[in-house]
Design a protein around this ligand. Structure first.
Ligand code: NAG
Length: 212
């Protein structure tokens, strides 16, 4: 009796298994017959090639900036340089660029585009110990990034892609105006303090008094 029950149970399992397999097979067969066009990204709409490529390039630019600023932050953290303020400034700058790169990658997926990343360049290294040369480099690179964002923005406008246009404004251009202004201010103040013989430091300290 026990043998009979076990055999019956085995038979039921086998039948269920066969049935399940057949159903799976059916799904596979019908999927393979699906037209290729079904695999085209479902969300892509009005996101033309020149805009997709421009966005990929922009993402790579931000990764390059991230790498550059990270390397500078590390430089200012060195025991023989030891400028924690500059280290903090470049750490924050690096994080901003990484956030932008990630936001753009997410946007690329949202629009159904395919990411085409470029290799990351070796950061510029050298003697930044006066602080001024590091700020100069940052200002130059920030302007370059903004110039590219403006070009991409104009292409988005000319290709009638208002969503991308707005995205560039919110992610790069609006913030970048402040970044460039801040770098300009920092450079001016550093130069002022450096003119110590001509009362530069006195003027800087006096201005701090006025801010109280
Ligand atoms: C400060 O001024 C001196 C003399 O003009 C210059 O050599 C030096 O590079 C300046 N330092 C900074 C941080 O700008």
């Amino acid at each position: 009796m026990r043998f009979f029950v076990t055999a019956l149970f085995g038979l039921v399992i086998a039948l269920l298994g066969y049935h399940g397999h057949a159903r799976l097979g059916g799904v596979t067969a019908s999927a393979s017959k699906a037209p290729v066009s079904d695999h085209v990204p479902l969300v892509e709409q009005n996101f033309v090639k020149i805009n997709r490529k421009g966005l990929s390039k922009m993402i790579s630019d931000c990764f390059n900036l991230y790498y550059q600023y990270l390397s500078m932050a590390n430089y200012f953290g060195r025991a023989d340089v030891a400028l924690p303020g500059f280290q903090k400034f470049f750490t924050t700058s690096a994080e901003r660029e990484l956030t932008r790169a990630k936001d753009m990658m997410e946007y690329m997926n949202k629009r159904g585009g395919t990411l085409d990343l470029l290799p990351i360049k070796k950061p510029v290294t050298g003697d930044f110990s006066d602080g001024r040369s590091a700020l100069d480099l940052a200002r130059r690179l920030s302007r370059k990034l903004n110039a590219r964002a403006l070009v991409n923005h104009n292409i988005a406008v000319s290709k009638r892609d208002p969503n991308l246009k707005l995205f560039y404004e919110e992610t790069i251009i609006d913030g970048q105006v402040d970044v460039i202004k801040e770098l300009g201010d920092l450079i001016t103040r550093l130069d002022l303090m450096n003119k110590s013989q001509r009362g530069g430091l006195a003027l800087y300290m006096f201005d701090l008094e006025l801010q109280k």
